[in-house]
Write a protein that binds this ligand. Structure first.
Ligand SMILES: [Zn+2]
Length: 343
């Protein structure tokens, strides 16, 4: 403020000139030539020049004092710089760097069960997904990526049009995969059940069952029998007999195939005696009549064994004649040389 009075005085000199201060061109030329001050007007001109120089010097000094050369205190500079470098907490930055931990994913984690591990091999806390029907677990660094499957956008996958579009396509892919998986697993189940029911094995066993237990052929095509089999295996419909007519021919075929085994038993001397039973039956439309001759015995392992010894075509008109049936039975016993071994 020390310069202000001198400056105001200079301003006063230039701003309001008196009548005495007016001069003509001749006086100025005289000054330039001689350089001497002869009157008060010349003196005032020299004074003005000096004052202008002094003002300019003062102005330089003043400008220098306005911008001090001494540096700012170190403390204030550090504080100013730290405000720019430091990341603001709570800033809604959509993308956080990989190195910056985002705790918001833990809001979607469930409590760890007592038998579940708390940390993995690297010492990282394990994230257990809290969403329904989800067993996902893993490091929290992968949790944000996983949560997109549940349409949850946190951390580096915060909701932006791009991440939402990615998640939508991801969910569509997962949905189609789940649908395909369900279809394939259902198809696999059907395939396993269907292949478990083997037609030939079942029908041969059915023929043995009907023969050994003297069951009516009609029963194997009844709805009740069908319901029984389907209750055991819902994919076993293909093994069922559509008509009972095929059963008798199957019984004959099975007998021929197993006759070698029967003969092997009959030639076994360790078996003391055989018991014979007969069963006469006819086909559905009474076109054919059969007499089945079963043989029962106890084998070496004390197991009761019953085998079909013979299956003889019987004349339909004679089928109710006991003498006729006895004749057929005697013929069978002789054929197999069982006369002396009957019990
Ligand atoms: Zn999940």
């Amino acid at each position: 403020m020390a310069n202000r009075p001198r400056r105001s005085r200079l301003t006063q000199t230039f701003a309001v000139p008196d009548k005495d201060d007016t001069y003509d061109d001749a006086s100025i030329a005289l000054l330039d030539d001689t350089g001497t001050a002869e009157d008060t007007d010349n003196t005032s001109l020299i004074d003005i020049n000096e004052r202008i120089v002094a003002f300019l010097n003062d102005a330089d000094t003043q400008s220098q004092s306005t911008v001090p050369l001494t540096p700012l205190p170190v403390t204030s500079a550090t504080e100013t710089g730290a405000q720019f470098l430091k990341r603001k907490r709570g800033s809604s930055t959509p993308y956080r760097g990989l190195g910056q931990k985002d705790k918001s994913v833990w809001k979607h984690a469930r409590a760890r069960l007592p038998y579940e591990a708390e940390r993995d091999d690297h010492g990282h806390q394990i994230f257990y997904c809290a969403e329904d029907n989800c067993n996902w677990k893993g490091p929290s660094s992968n949790a944000a990526r996983h949560l997109r499957k549940h349409a949850i956008f946190v951390g580096r996958f915060s909701a932006t049009p791009s991440t939402i579009a990615q998640a939508n396509s991801l969910q569509q892919g997962l949905h189609s995969m789940a649908t395909k998986h369900a279809e394939s697993s259902h198809n696999q189940t059907v395939t396993v059940l269907r292949s478990a029911a083997q037609k030939q094995l079942f029908r041969n066993a059915l023929a043995r069952f009907v023969t050994a237990c003297s069951i009516s052929h009609k029963s194997v095509v009844s709805n009740e029998f069908k319901a029984l089999i389907m209750a055991v295996n819902p994919e076993a419909e293909h093994v069922l007999l559509r008509s009972s007519s095929s059963l008798s021919s199957r019984i004959v075929r099975n007998f021929r195939a197993q006759q070698e085994e029967v003969i092997r038993y009959l030639c076994d001397d360790t078996i003391s005696c055989f018991h014979i039973s007969t069963d006469t039956w006819k086909t559905k439309h009474r076109h054919k009549h059969f007499q089945a001759v079963n043989v029962q015995f106890v084998d070496q392992n004390r197991q009761l064994i019953q085998l079909l010894l013979d299956l003889v075509d019987v004349d339909g008109e004679e089928s109710k004649s006991r003498a006729y049936l006895a004749t057929i039975l005697i013929r069978t016993i002789k054929e197999y040389n069982l006369t002396t071994r009957l019990g």
